[in-house]
Design a protein. Structure first.
Length: 343
């Protein structure tokens, strides 16, 4: 469906220039399977990698922020911001930045701040995370646009050219937006984010407690071009849903009327920790200034995924990042980062 976009702002693609990347330092053990003690070190490695390419801003408070300072002592391009959180998945809890349509007017981005209830009420308490988007906007001196929906940033994917890709399972959801029709959801998404067309898909990965965030399933790599998760192993519980998603994506056209070009990327089969299948996906990559950080899982799908993404992002350095520990939190690189557009 085509809808009326915001006349003032648009949602930029992740590959557009960044001012910084935001991270929320981990401290909540309850959302991680297995040993938590190694997780802050994993975040430190992610911060060091990104800081080689662009500024990194890390939020938390008290002893948790002090731990981040200690681990990253002497690392250039890192700023520590005293803003408390409940959890470390800033892709979902942070603001979604939109930029002025008129790039010559010198205007600033704005921050779309959605309602937040920890993925449909799964992980209380969430009061600090519910306030984080507005706190970051105040820190940056940006106007706030009230999202008027419960939406997580990992559930939104754009080409920067007027098309938004979403999974109906985590937006058209009675635990998040009860009683709101799809038509009304589209109207709000388009007006807040400045997009003209919303494309709906489905499915989810086994072990994904977000109910199927799109950043695990399908990502734009250019206008009209999407990479999509595939699971060729028929014994894997993800196989059927991902095949259905591939077929659905091939039927869709973007805001410019282009039929989507769909490039499959195989994800690890039956990836688990102590008997629990985890949502290990190479699609949870993060695109920054001059680089693409790609989750790898020390398995047979890593090399092909890296080669595919290298072809999709010519001129950017492909940075493989081992995520066998990070995925124990049921997410990966995209889930723990929030891009702030340059302005």
């Amino acid at each position: 469906m085509m809808a009326e976009p915001s006349p003032d702002f648009r949602l930029p693609a992740e590959w557009e220039p960044h001012a910084a990347t935001w991270l929320a330092w981990p401290h909540r053990r309850a959302t991680w399977l297995g040993e938590f003690a190694v997780i802050p070190g994993v975040f430190a490695g992610v911060a060091r990698l990104i800081a080689r390419y662009e500024p990194v801003r890390i939020v938390e408070g008290g002893a948790v922020l002090a731990d981040a300072r200690t681990r990253l002592d002497g690392v250039a391009n890192v700023e520590f911001v005293d803003l408390p959180t409940n959890d470390s998945w800033i892709r979902d809890t942070g603001p979604v930045f939109v930029v002025p349509r008129d790039s010559t007017g010198g205007g600033a981005p704005a921050a779309v701040c959605w309602g937040w209830n920890a993925w449909g009420g799964k992980y209380p308490p969430w009061d600090k995370d519910a306030a984080l988007g507005r706190a970051i906007a105040r820190r940056l001196g940006l106007a706030v646009i009230d999202g008027d929906l419960v939406v997580e940033g990992g559930g939104l994917e754009t080409d920067g050219d007027g098309t938004l890709l979403v999974n109906h399972r985590c937006i058209e959801d009675p635990a998040r937006n009860p009683g709101v029709s799809r038509k009304r959801l589209e109207e709000i998404l388009c007006s807040r984010l400045g997009v003209a067309r919303v494309l709906w898909v489905g499915g989810e990965l086994a072990g994904d407690d977000t109910d199927g965030h799109i950043d695990q399933l399908a990502r734009f790599v250019a206008p009209g071009r999407v990479v999509a998760a595939r699971q060729p192993d028929p014994l894997d519980p993800n196989h059927a849903a991902l095949e259905a998603n591939l077929e659905r994506l091939r039927e869709l056209s973007d805001a410019g009327g282009r039929r989507l070009e769909v490039i499959p990327i195989d994800i690890p089969p039956r990836f688990s920790f102590q008997g629990t299948q985890l949502p290990a996906s190479h699609l949870n990559f993060y695109v920054g200034n001059g680089f693409v950080a790609v989750p790898v899982f020390l398995g047979p799908t890593d090399d092909a995924a890296l080669r595919t993404l290298e072809r999709c992002f010519p001129g950017r350095t492909i940075e493989p990042v081992e995520c066998t520990e990070l995925v124990r939190g049921r997410g990966a690189l995209h889930c723990v980062t929030r891009d702030e557009p340059a302005w």
